[in-house]
Design a protein around this ligand. Sequence first.
Ligand SMILES: C[S@@+](CC[C@H](N)C(=O)[O-])C[C@H]1O[C@@H](n2cnc3c(N)ncnc32)[C@H](O)[C@@H]1O
Length: 187
Amino acid sequence: MDTRLDDAFAAVPREDFLPPDQRAFAHQDRPIPIGHRATNSQPWTVRYMLRHLDARPGHRVLDVGSGSGWTAGLLGWLVGPEGLVVGVEIVPELVEMARGHLGDRFGHVRFEVARQRVLGWPDEAPYDRILVSADGRIVPDALLDQLAPGGRMVLPVDGDMYVLDKDAEGVVSRRKTGDRFVFVPLR
Ligand SMILES: C[S@@+](CC[C@H](N)C(=O)[O-])C[C@H]1O[C@@H](n2cnc3c(N)ncnc32)[C@H](O)[C@@H]1O
């Protein structure tokens, strides 16, 4: 997995997903503000979450809190053209920004504006993988409902990183990875 992650990070450079005045800081391992109270996440954290998520070629992936579009772009590389990535974001201006950042590099990656009072993007559920880049303080049932049998979700909950696996019968198991993180809140 780590070699694939190296390749994904090389193919989808962070600087392409930053506002022009922040691009010079792309190599710094820290979150970078992108406006609208959002950040482009710290590379170490993105890598950590993607390693736990284990997205594979052909997977259908939901990227909740797609922000700058970087994580969706990385996921687009990891799942390949046989897969699908839907990035959903609550701030319409960030969706526009992410579309611009992505350009025409992946036809199988899309960005959608979250609908009011609807968490995730149920329209195209179920997903094999769900990545959540904002802290909801609980594990939202609405996202668990969008996870396919055999699927996996990685999300921060009250500062802890969780990996949730849904088995073929729909039974969900959860574990903390053991490391703590600070994320913007899931609104
Ligand atoms: C840490 S930032 C995103 C990092 C992003 N994955 C990237 O690659 O740049 C978290 C994002 O979650 C968004 N957000 C917060 N609540 C949300 C919700 N209910 N649905 C969708 N997006 C949400 C915020 O607007 C913010 O852009």
